[in-house]
Design a protein around this ligand. Structure first.
Ligand SMILES: Cc1cc2nc3c(=O)[nH]c(=O)nc-3n(C[C@H](O)[C@H](O)[C@H](O)COP(=O)(O)OP(=O)(O)OC[C@H]3O[C@@H](n4cnc5c(N)ncnc54)[C@H](O)[C@@H]3O)c2cc1C
Length: 440
């Protein structure tokens, strides 16, 4: 096997969550020749969770994490900061599918439980708030999604509240949504702070390297070789934890698809502006429309909006295109927060996540000595954290409830390769965006 990796991430330097943190001490760049028991490509929630579990189980093993950019500063730092406890299922309730709904939510919860323990143990300051989430709709077209979601929640015995527009307006401070389902179990947080704290608290047998893209992987004489621009590693085993870039590094097709999302974070609200909102405590909204906006009112009184998602084959937006995305965010904020006429955006950034046609994840082996996990369809904080642990358990030959749950994931369904994929995705995203209206 020999694989040249041609798609390498390049992050903008304007992620609001990262900018709100203090300066970061860099990890070294990989230089020269190294050997390791495990090499992990990708230093986000998945790669870090795998490394921690493996390092504890095998304290004498040497583990290396490589990241093409700064460790943890890919999608893991750029997301909207919902550690999802209860996934939406996106279809009408069907009793036969209830075990699957429960299985997925057990995986989510396992991720949250492991993160909570680490946040407590290492005192990671990341605005961790167990306040659940609001699943809101502004258009009549979201009524069916709301009804469907309620049926799943009732059947699975998940704590929720079904709220009217008036209730929501009182709680959130914005008279915008018609209906919202509040679900218990989600955690709101600053993802950049969390992943930074996780990367700084790994056991000593884990070595991390920034700005060290893997550009070639191959196997010779029973060993894996990973080449970077300024160094190389020979390892016994390889873990692919590149999520949105998994398809570019996997030696075989995995049928995962990168989606590029953009977000903005406002400046901090003044005291008068907080009062104009009715002084709510921090909250997070996910749209009941599949292409609707995500919103957060953060603990430090900023507003986050994420309301664009496009397929660009992971090709970054230009500065000019980011200006027009910022305009879309500004419009979204103006419509939702008419009482904050002078609200300005401080940071706008892009990030890439991974989806599959059947909304499933990739987990398992990709050949002798190669393991992979990724494609969490927008809920990788909890799922990536759980599945990184499960992948280490899988490689160790352990058995437990989490691994049993994860192994049941069906593989991502076949997708054509480019350029057919590009056309298919354009049509699919148009179809999904239909009727988003005020929810966009
Ligand atoms: C705007 C946005 C909003 C989102 N909102 C949420 C949310 O609210 N909640 C949620 O749970 N999820 C959300 N997600 C998804 C979530 O961020 C991802 O599912 C999660 O980060 C996946 O973690 P990961 O470790 O698997 O992958 P990543 O965080 O993507 O990490 C993979 C790493 O691999 C590195 N890499 C890629 N190629 C190479 C290479 N060749 N060599 C070395 N390194 C490489 C990348 O630089 C990256 O750091 C969102 C994503 C985006 C973009």
């Amino acid at each position: 096997m020999e694989k040249q990796i041609k798609l390498i991430p390049s992050n903008d330097q304007s992620c609001g969550w990262i900018k709100c943190l203090g300066p970061r001490e860099n990890f070294p760049v990989l230089e020269g020749n190294h050997s390791a028991d495990w090499v992990i490509i990708g230093g986000g929630f998945t790669g870090i969770a795998f490394a921690r579990r493996m390092a504890v189980a095998r304290p004498n093993d040497k583990i290396i994490i490589l990241d093409a950019a700064a460790i943890g500063e890919g999608a893991s730092a750029r997301n909207s900061g919902f550690a999802v406890g209860t996934s939406t299922f996106g279809s009408s309730f069907h009793p036969d599918k209830l075990p699957e709904f429960k299985r997925i939510n057990r995986i989510n919860q396992a991720g949250i439980n492991s993160l909570r323990e680490l946040v407590d143990d290492y005192q990671i300051s990341c605005q961790w708030r167990e306040v659940g989430r609001y699943n809101c709709g502004a258009e009549d077209s979201t009524t069916k999604s709301a009804d469907d979601f309620v049926s799943w929640l009732q059947a699975a015995d998940v704590e929720f509240e079904d709220l009217s527009g008036k209730d929501l307006s009182k709680r959130l401070g914005i008279p915008y949504y018609q209906r919202g389902i509040w679900t218990k179990g989600d955690v709101l947080l600053n993802p950049a702070a969390l992943v930074r704290g996780l990367s700084r608290s790994l056991p000593d047998n884990v070595a991390l390297f920034d700005h060290s893209p893997a550009i070639k992987i191959s196997d010779h004489s029973g060993k894996i070789h990973v080449d970077c621009p300024e160094g190389a590693i020979i390892a016994k085993q390889l873990v692919l934890a590149g999520n949105a870039y998994l398809h570019a590094m996997a030696p075989y097709p995995v049928h995962t698809i990168p989606l590029t999302l953009t977000s903005s974070l406002s400046r901090r609200l003044t005291r008068a502006e907080q009062a104009a909102l009715g002084d709510p405590s921090d909250w997070g909204i996910i749209s009941l429309h599949s292409m609707g906006a995500t919103l957060r009112y953060t603990q430090d009184h900023r507003i986050l909006i994420r309301n664009t998602a496009s397929y660009r084959a992971a090709e970054p937006y230009s500065t000019q295109q980011m200006q027009s995305n910022k305009q879309i965010h500004q419009t979204g904020l103006r419509e939702r927060f008419p009482m904050l006429a002078d609200l300005t955006i401080e940071h706008t950034w892009q990030g890439v996540l991974s989806v599959s046609r059947n909304s499933t994840s990739f987990f398992g082996k990709l050949g002798e000595r190669i393991y992979a996990s990724g494609c969490y369809n927008g809920s990788g904080i909890s799922k990536g954290s759980a599945m990184g642990v499960a992948l280490a358990d899988f490689a160790l030959g352990d058995s437990n409830q989490l691994l049993e749950d994860v192994i049941k994931y069906p593989s991502p369904k076949w997708m054509p390769s480019r350029p057919l994929l590009d056309i298919g995705m354009m049509i699919e995203l148009k179809r999904r965006g239909y009727g988003a209206g005020a929810d966009a």
